[in-house]
Design a protein. Structure first.
Length: 584
């Protein structure tokens, strides 16, 4: 199935309709012979939409019911199209994976007990087979021996809950909508089955595109994912090669890698589409797709690119969506592009990790810099007088310009600090992150470009010099610390414009103290409602004599120092102010 730009598609479909659809049967999914099996393929959903025949995939255009905004123009490329290998199509293999016989013999009761212990919720679409059970040891997952060797080499002794449940479901070929808190090992949950999937495929031929594709919202995150994929494909490097495809760097090396053939591509959406348009790669062999931080990609306006990729995949493919927050938009995306996904959630959705102790400090705008300098200086001073070492500290600010200003101000005060934002060149971005990750520079001042997915060992403190606009960004930002079971701290400076978010954070904190995960609705739709609620909230705020903030829907106990929240301030309406910083 060659990629065809939108303006050519009608013609292709007409042509296709005159061709014999003899390959339809060959494309039909092979039902596995038992066990926890893939619930069919996209083929079954597409049959009625006329997916048989060479150009079957094109009939998916518009079949999702979602508008295809913004993509047509960018994909008009003079009719050249994204040509795939001219040879015969290669059918993807979805191996009939089974766990060990011990796992297969687990009773429903035991499975339930393990899921409860891991706080895993698994939802299967109506009428679909049950999902694979959670598996508490990598050794019982029937992984390829090279992958298992690499997992051991990587010193992952036991799977985290999302891995214990997510891996078996992904290995059994099912689509997944996965949600687990920040720092809980989602990357390996999709990378390990991806490598196993690639090892099962017939080898690439000259001109073939990748077998698996991971899309992520930022260059740094894509680079990090590629490193993790490489760590698990170390022993299988000859059969599973990876390429990193991100913006901000010349296309030459990427073009070279793609044209030479790689099994896995990890990419940011914009640059990947550029390569498709230049026919440096194609989607003809892609049968495993991961959208990491899918909600953020939608937020950043990558929806057309995601749709373009998803609409042009071969009919048989497996799709996995992961994030620590699950807004409604993701469920729409999942409905459109996932094939009867299994939803795997660990704990409550969209909740700040309990591994981070959170502190809120009231700070009028004009005093924020002084407070920040005093805070960091006291930690530097403590270290130099023999106290605990100053932890790596990430300071989040709202805008690129502010990022540079704050980093410069810290340096003037004798605190080495780097800035990281989308206005910097890629080499500057990489250098800033590298210095920080090595511990050469202990303070990184960043926009939200650093808020998602980044995993840097040793970050002990996240400071929100400016609070984000939304609770979900707060969840991801503070999740840069307290990862993989470690403990971390978050300090957030806030003032009146943040009062609604502060109330949400306090509510989440008090629920956490009670041992409950607390889930806020996230996403664009939720934010609209949130802004409305914020306006109502502020217009209804009343401080009672018992120190309760009385709102229309209930009351929240607040410390005296937050009492002034009751003074109504204009609701801040802007969404995604820092989004422009995510240039790619
Ligand atoms: N089974 C494991 N054993 C030990 N460490 C692990 C295991 N799985 C993952 N880790 C480590 O946990 C850290 C966090 O993993 P990862 O980046 O995949 O988290 P995440 O869930 O994707 O977080 P985020 O939501 O922030 O993207 C990484 O340093 C990773 O190496
Ligand atoms: Mg991640």
């Amino acid at each position: 199935m060659p990629y065809v730009p939108p303006h050519q598609r009608g013609k292709q479909q007409e042509a296709a309709s005159t061709e014999p659809s003899s390959t339809a049967a060959a494309r039909a999914p092979e039902g596995p012979s038992g066990g926890f099996h893939r619930s069919g393929s996209h083929g079954n959903r597409l049959d009625s939409a006329g997916y048989g025949g060479r150009d079957a995939g094109f009939s998916r255009q518009g079949s999702t019911g979602l508008p295809r905004t913004g993509s047509t123009q960018s994909f008009a490329d003079g009719g050249r199209g994204y040509q795939r290998n001219a040879g015969q199509p290669v059918e993807a293999v979805f191996a009939n994976w089974q766990p060990t016989s011990r796992v297969l013999a687990l009773s429903d009761e035991t499975i339930k007990e393990i899921r409860q212990r891991f706080k895993v919720t698994v939802d299967v679409c109506e009428g679909e087979p049950k999902a694979a059970p959670p598996i508490e040891s990598f050794h019982e997952m029937n992984l390829h021996k090279d992958i298992l060797a690499d997992i051991m080499h990587h010193k992952y002794e036991t799977p985290t809950p999302i891995q214990a449940q997510g891996l078996p479901i992904a290995l059994s070929g099912r689509d997944i909508l996965g949600c687990a808190e920040t720092g809980s090992g989602k990357t390996a949950s999709f990378s390990i089955p991806m490598i196993q999937h690639c090892l099962n495929q017939p080898p690439l031929r000259h001109g073939d595109g990748p077998m698996a594709l991971v899309l992520a919202p930022t260059r740094e995150l894509a680079q990090q994912i590629e490193r993790e994929v490489k760590a698990f494909s170390r022993s299988s490097i000859r059969s599973v090669r990876t390429a990193i495809v991100v913006g901000g760097v010349p296309m030459n090396d990427q073009r070279h890698d793609l044209r030479n053939g790689v099994e896995i591509v990890v990419a940011t959406p914009g640059r990947f589409i550029d390569h498709l348009q230049q026919s440096n790669t194609n989607l003809g062999r892609v049968s495993y797709v991961v959208l990491d931080e899918a909600d953020r990609m939608l937020d950043m306006g990558f929806e057309p690119q995601i749709k373009e990729v998803m609409n042009n995949l071969p009919p048989r493919h497996q799709t996995l969506l992961f994030s620590a927050t699950m807004p409604k938009e993701i469920e729409e995306l999942a409905r459109a592009y996932l094939n009867k996904p299994v939803t795997v959630k660990i704990g409550a959705v969209s909740t700040p990790t309990a591994n981070v102790s959170q502190r809120l400090e009231h700070a009028p705008e004009g005093s924020k810099l002084d407070i920040l300098v005093a805070l960091i200086s006291s930690e530097v001073a403590a270290e130099s007088s023999g106290g605990p070492p100053m932890p790596l500290t990430i300071v989040f600010v709202e805008r690129k310009t502010r990022c540079d200003e704050v980093a410069a101000a810290l340096r003037e005060d004798g605190i080495p600090a780097n800035a990281l934002h989308g206005g910097l060149g890629q080499s500057e971005r990489e250098a800033a992150l590298r210095d920080f990750a090595r511990g050469d520079i202990k303070v990184l001042v960043a926009t939200d470009v650093a808020s998602r997915g980044l995993d840097i060992k040793g970050i002990g403190h996240v400071i929100n010099m400016d609070l984000p606009k939304t609770f979900e960004d707060y969840v991801h930002r503070i999740g840069r610390t307290g990862r993989a079971g470690t403990k971390g701290r978050a300090t957030s400076l806030w003032n009146d414009r943040d009062s609604f978010l502060v109330a949400q954070i306090k509510q989440a904190l008090s629920e956490l103290e009670k041992g409950n995960g607390f889930a806020f609705a996230t996403g664009k739709e939720a934010r609209k409602e949130e802004r409305q609620l914020a306006r109502e909230f502020k217009s209804q705020l009343k401080m009672t004599s018992q120190g309760m903030l009385q709102t229309g829907s209930g009351s929240v106990k607040v410390d005296d120092k937050y009492a002034h929240m009751a003074t109504a301030a204009p609701a801040t309406a802007g969404t995604g102010v820092a989004d422009a910083a995510w240039d790619d």
